[in-house]
Structure formats: C-alpha cells, structure tokens
Design a protein. Structure first.
Length: 298
C-alpha cells in the first residue's frame, strides 16, 4: 500500500518549520532592541526640533548650542525655500536642520504607531483623519476612542482601541499636519497594489513640500528606520548591524500580546488575520525566556 504522505508533503512541512524557526529567531533578536530604538527615536525627535528652533532664533553666521551640539547657522547666498542650514564649526560640514527635524519626527511617529498597533505598513500609510472615531458605551455613556483600519490584505476593516500612549502620538501627528489650519489638508497618494491614484484624503502621514502636501512615502520611512538603527548601533548574534523590517514590529506586537495573556482569538481580531493558525504562528514556542540576553550596542 502506498504511503498517504507524499515526499512533497514532507518537504512542505520542513519548509514551514524552517520558516517558523527563522521568524522566531528574528523576534528573539529584535524584541530586546526595541526599547533602545524607541528611546533613541524620542530623544532624536526632541533634539532635532531643538536644533532647528535654536537655528531659527540665531542670526546667520552665529554659533548656537542645542540638542547636545554646537553649530553655526549657515550664511546662504541664495534663498533656500524655507529650509534652515547649519555648519559644524570644526569640520565645516553643512546640515539641513529642517530635514533632520522632519526625519526625526516621522521616524518617531512611525516607530510608535507600528509598535503600539501591530498594523501593516500599507495600513499605516492609509491612516487618515477619518480613521479616528469614537464609540459611546450604552451603559455608561463613556466615549471610547477607536482607530479604524482600512481594508488591506484581508479586505476587512477592523477597529482598535486607542490606548493613552497611542492617543498622545496621534495627537502630536494631528497638531503637526494641521498647523494653524482648521482642517487636515487633503493628499493624493498612490496605491501600489491597485496601481491607481487614490482620491484626496486627510492622511495622517503627510508633509508639506513647498506649496503642496505629500504623503510620507514607504521608501522614505524605510530609509529613516535604517538611519535610526545605524545610529544606535544594535547588532545581531553574528555581529552585524541589526535591521528591522516594518513587519518585524507586527511580529513583536502579536508575540508580546499573546505572551502577556491576550487570548489568541482576540489577537487574531486585532491583527486582522483570517486564520487563527496564522496568528499562532507568531507565538514563539520558547516563550521568549531567552530575552535576558541584551543586544550588542556599538
């Protein structure tokens, strides 16, 4: 009698096991590095904003100290479309402080939203002012702030409760993109999956470029994240600089939630998975008790 388990079935099972092992290893390496990344992003956001403000308050050619650095505001021969430049007095290297403040803020915003929600990067890019809604409890009339996640991979929308920490992040984003205007500016974005331009939307991840507002693109966010990881110098087990993907935040969020007692079926709803086995695939079988090993910092 022929064996009902074919060689192909065995091969697929081995492939799934190897893939699961690689995912678990990524989580074990990146979870202990997350606090360092979060702390650096917050500190750099504040330091970059401080340097930009100090440069704006200083006349051209004068020295100023802010964010732990002493710089000289650059003397520009031509207009710079609102950008503020400074120079290192020791090396003469010129820096765009306006861009550094922009990068610092959106690096912080991206890291915070991804780690606190576990949403996909395409879902983050589609967050808008319309995503912020409220639900009133019938029994107590208490208002519960909710974050509406637009359909993406599963073609099903879902609602996440906005915790106080996430509320502070979203409020900071709203203050920045709204500025002095009464409403959030509308932005046209491009949908890579559908290959179409979306109608104007009040996106949360947007920035003003000269006379128009543009979305903060995934490619830019990827570069900002790489810069942050290079700055803190966290290394993996092989001694190489640690690199995060956007999906690593999702794995860490789901793994950490399940390990701290969230029922798997609730984690499935929060993550937006069709199959609970997909959610359980994020669960580290070693219970992450090897987290005592600290990441190497250069």
């Amino acid at each position: 009698m022929r064996c009902p388990v074919s060689a192909s079935d065995v091969s697929h099972k081995k492939d799934r096991s190897r893939r699961k092992s690689r995912m678990d290893q990524r989580t074990r390496e990146r979870l202990p590095a997350l606090p360092a990344l979060v702390a650096w992003a917050d500190a750099e956001r504040k330091a970059a904003a401080g340097r930009l403000q100090a440069a704006q308050d200083s006349p051209a050619g004068s020295l100023f100290t802010a964010g732990g650095q002493t710089l000289r505001r650059a003397v520009m021969k031509t207009t710079t479309t609102g950008r503020i430049w400074a120079e290192d007095p020791a090396t003469g290297k010129r820096r765009d402080l306006t861009f550094e403040e922009h990068r610092g803020f959106w690096t912080w915003a991206m890291v915070e939203v991804l780690r606190l929600t576990g949403i996909r990067i395409e879902e983050l890019a589609e967050l808008s002012h319309h995503s912020l809604i409220q639900y009133r409890l019938p029994a107590t009339s208490e208002l519960i702030p909710l974050l509406q996640i637009a359909p993406s991979k599963t073609d099903q929308e879902r609602l996440l409760v906005i915790a106080p920490e996430l509320a502070d992040v979203l409020a900071a984003i709203m203050r920045r993109i709204r500025g002095q205007a009464p409403d959030v500016p509308l932005v046209v974005s491009y949908d890579k999956a559908e290959r179409v331009y979306n109608p104007p939307m009040p996106l949360l991840f947007q920035w003003r470029c000269r006379l128009e507002h543009r979305p903060v693109g995934e490619t830019s966010l990827r570069g900002y994240l790489d810069d942050a990881l290079a700055a803190i110098g966290v290394k993996d087990a092989s001694g190489q600089l640690l690199r995060y993907t956007f999906h690593d935040f999702r794995r860490i969020f789901i793994t950490d939630a399940i390990m701290h007692g969230m029922p798997p079926h609730i984690a499935q709803l929060v993550a937006g998975h069709r199959d609970i086995n997909t959610t359980m695939g994020y669960k580290n079988p070693r219970e992450l008790h090897q987290m005592g090993e600290k990441p190497q910092v250069a």
